[in-house]
Design a protein around this ligand. Structure first.
Ligand code: IPM
Ligand code: MG
Length: 360
């Protein structure tokens, strides 16, 4: 059966990197993928044309596709647009509407790239951790929120809310993943200060009873940030809320040397053997280099590889893509963000695409 992929390039370098991923889809179709794809607008690109960052028609297409591949959204061009129409609102809308509660952000250090990290070689070599970020709850979506005038001056409110079921289902994702990895989960919150942290710790402990073969460790979020740069290899799977996950995943990403390398998967609940999935690079739209064919398409190509593994049930094709990326790096090809010395060959975004495709 053929799969339907919706490609939403979005803004800035999202457009260039998505183009390379599309070429990879075409190449994989020659090797048994059997996927069709359609492109559409999201983020600022959609706002410019439709006056909103996510139209109903795109949302419907996303719901009816087997997976969504997204480039990136945002840019200073839309700084003055009201919040509900900003590019980011398009991405947040997709996450919420498709109920993509589980965000998987692997931080993997490729052998060939150890020297691109700002940390010492021995601290990061062979690093392989997975951050599981809760993506549809917490302070990102909690009500009430807003800025109000009061007799005491302007007041801003954000609300952090977590229900027990939201914590339980994300914890299950983390424990399941740990089982396929190194059997350890670090659950991260601020139980020393926040009520949501207290409930988080309690529910994760409860859920853990179904996964007694997995080691569970609880860690405060500030300590986790510190431990990530001090000794990242102590971690296997980290599970945390929406906001802490946002912060800690950027921090973990940088251990690997470049945000341009890191893919992510956002997954919904499995229903009748199917689940929604949105796959996107962790990096942003990088307006400063947009349109110059300089961006690194690897994070997006690896996001496609996650899609093959998690939603399209093509693990062998996913492995092929990952090997091609490993190969290209060990042959010394680099885009600007990961170029560190003259022994390497500096290539453009599209050239990187060519090279990877040739090796698939
Ligand atoms: C991310 C981004 C988003 C977030 C922005 C673009 C809304 O930083 O995916 O990590 O905060 O979740
Ligand atoms: Mg972020």
């Amino acid at each position: 059966m053929s799969s339907k992929i919706l490609v939403l390039p979005g803004d800035g370098i999202g457009v260039e990197v998505a183009d390379q991923a599309i070429r990879v889809i075409e190449k994989l179709n020659e090797q048994g993928l059997n996927a069709s794809y359609e492109k559409d607008l999201v983020g600022g690109a959609s706002y410019d044309v439709n006056g909103e960052p996510l139209t109903n028609s795109v949302l419907e297409k996303a719901k009816n596709s087997d997976a969504v591949l997204l480039g990136a959204v945002g840019g200073s061009k839309w700084d003055d647009v009201e919040r509900s129409k900003r590019p980011e609102a398009g991405l947040l809308g997709l996450r919420k509407e498709l109920e993509l509660f589980a965000n998987l952000r692997p931080a993997l250090v490729f052998d060939a790239l150890v020297s691109a990290s700002t940390l010492k070689n021995e601290v990061v070599n062979n690093l392989d951790i997975m951050i599981v970020r809760e993506l549809t709850g917490g302070v990102y979506f909690g009500q009430p929120r807003g800025i109000e005038d009061t007799p005491n001056g302007k007041k801003a409110i954000d609300t952090q809310i977590y229900y027990d079921y939201e914590i339980d289902r994300i914890a299950r994702v983390a424990f399941d993943l740990a089982r396929k990895r190194n059997n350890k989960v670090t659950s991260v919150e601020k139980a020393n200060v926040m009520e949501t942290g207290v409930l988080w710790r309690e529910i994760v402990k409860e859920t853990h009873k179904d996964f007694s073969d997995i080691t569970l460790e609880n860690m405060l979020a500030d300590n986790c940030a510190m431990q990530l740069v001090r000794n990242p290899k102590q971690f296997d799977v980290i599970v945390t809320d929406n906001l802490f996950g946002d912060l800690l995943s950027d921090c973990a990403a940088m251990l690997t040397g470049s945000l341009g390398m890191l893919p992510s998967a956002s997954l919904g609940e499995e229903k009748n053997g199917k689940r929604h999935g949105l796959f996107e690079p962790v990096h942003g739209s990088a307006p400063d280099i947009a349109g110059q064919d300089k961006a690194n398409p690897i994070a997006t190509i690896l996001s496609l590889s996650m899609m093959l593994k998690y939603n399209l049930n093509k693990p062998e094709l996913s492995n092929k893509v990952e090997s091609a990326v490993q190969k290209i790096l060990s042959e010394g090809y680099r885009t600007g963000d990961i170029y560190t010395n003259e022994d390497q060959t500096l290539v453009s975004c599209s050239k990187m695409g060519d090279l990877i495709i040739e090796r698939i």
